[in-house]
Design a protein around this ligand. Structure first.
Ligand SMILES: [Zn+2]
Ligand SMILES: [Zn+2]
Length: 387
């Protein structure tokens, strides 16, 4: 596998950074230690510019090539962990109770730092490479916060690229697809108001539990009966809170869940049908239901040309046969989608080997993937900015 030689030399150093970040996980925008570590390292590498505080705690490093050129290409990593108690027993396991790097953003940050070190050392390209370290990927829309702070225009960014590790795919492999690759995710909260009362006189009340149960069932008809069977959609109700005692019919119930899709058309259909089903079902049973439908991350859409380009770069690193250029889309979500709404680019998966799943307490980023991901980044920048 043609890993970049200098990157192979940096493997141990990048691994040490990864372990340090792993031991000190931070959540959402509260990534002060991680962001400070990133900014210090970028300065020590000799980046031409290091800017902090973009999108609250995001960090950007600017590296200009030795050759003249005006093109600006951005590489993006995420820095935040998750509110999960780590159960790995690793020597570098989380030192913070209830927080861990269970999505591998420690690895993403370390690999992009490694690429920044190499690119600042060699500068063998024309134009400018921008490295973006964002906060709050895990539900906080940190990418959108950085965009709202003028990220793209401020640094003249024309193309954006992102990467995520992928448990279950062997180390040394990549997967990507053109077009929609990850789902939009919208959140559903339903507050049902019935009439409480004694469990022995149900006819005098309106049972919020029964109404809630009917709504959960009816919502399943949306994917089964309203969405085109050749399109993808998910409606999952994952929270059902109601009642306190076995002999009291509860007045109130709260349901919460998620609706996901891969096209704006299906996304709109889900929103419309969830509202109709919730309001109609509640009315059928004489209850009131209030739906709060919050739109979250958009569909992640890879640009066709940049996807082919990214796959070709990955093929140079891993070998053509180790790059799946047509992986199936996932119903998971990723806020890099916001950046891809603004600029053409591509998001790619890099194999994490036979690890626990993402967001699992036993998950760990695979350090063997570091030379692969870091080599991908440096070759991508050098090729995109070949001049
Ligand atoms: Zn995650
Ligand atoms: Zn993640």
């Amino acid at each position: 596998m043609p890993i970049v030689n200098r990157v192979a030399d940096l493997h141990a150093e990048i691994t040490a950074w990864r372990h340090d970040i792993h031991a000190h996980p931070e959540l959402l925008y509260d990534v002060h230690r991680t962001a400070a570590t990133v900014a210090d390292k970028l300065k020590s590498f000799g980046c031409d510019d290091v800017v902090t505080g973009i999108g609250r705690t995001g960090v950007v490093g600017v590296i200009r090539g030795r050759k003249p050129g005006t093109k600006v290409v951005a590489l993006r990593a995420d820095m935040d962990g998750l509110p999960i108690e780590e159960a790995t027993g690793l020597s570098y396991k989380s030192t913070v109770p209830g927080k861990m790097h269970a999505c591998g953003h420690d690895g993403h940050t370390a690999m992009l730092l490694g690429a920044a070190k190499y690119l600042a050392e060699t500068r063998n390209f024309a134009g400018t490479a921008v490295v973006i370290f964002q906060p709050a990927e895990e539900g906080g829309a940190g990418a959108r916060a950085m965009l709202r702070d003028g990220l793209l225009d401020r640094f003249g960014i024309r193309e954006v690229f992102g990467m995520h590790n992928f448990p279950g795919m062997p180390v040394g492999q990549f997967a990507i697809r053109s077009g929609p690759m990850m789902a939009s995710t919208d959140s559903i909260t339903i507050d049902i108001e019935g009439v409480g009362g004694h469990a022995a006189w149900p006819h005098l009340g309106v049972d919020a539990v029964l109404v809630g149960a009917q709504i959960v069932n009816q919502l399943q008809s949306i994917v089964a009966r309203n969405v085109d069977p050749l399109e993808a959609a998910v409606v999952s109700i994952c929270v059902f809170h109601a009642g306190h005692a076995e002999n009291v019919i509860p007045q109130h119930a709260r349901l919460r869940g998620t609706a996901r899709s891969l096209t704006p058309k299906v996304r709109e259909l889900l929103q419309k049908r969830v509202r109709e089903v919730v309001e109609g079902t509640a009315r059928l049973y004489g209850a009131k239901a209030e739906l709060t439908y919050r739109t979250g991350y958009p569909v992640l859409v890879n640009d066709e040309g940049r996807t082919a380009f990214a796959a070709a770069v990955a093929g140079e690193i891993a070998g053509k046969d180790k790059v799946n250029e047509d992986c199936p889309p996932l119903m998971g979500a990723e806020d890099f989608a916001y950046m891809l709404q603004e600029r053409p680019g591509a998001f790619i998966y890099v194999g994490n080997g036979d690890s626990a799943a993402l967001h699992h307490p036993a998950y760990d980023f695979n350090d063997e993937a570091i030379p692969v991901g870091t080599s991908y980044w440096v070759r991508l920048a050098e090729t995109a900015l070949a001049g």
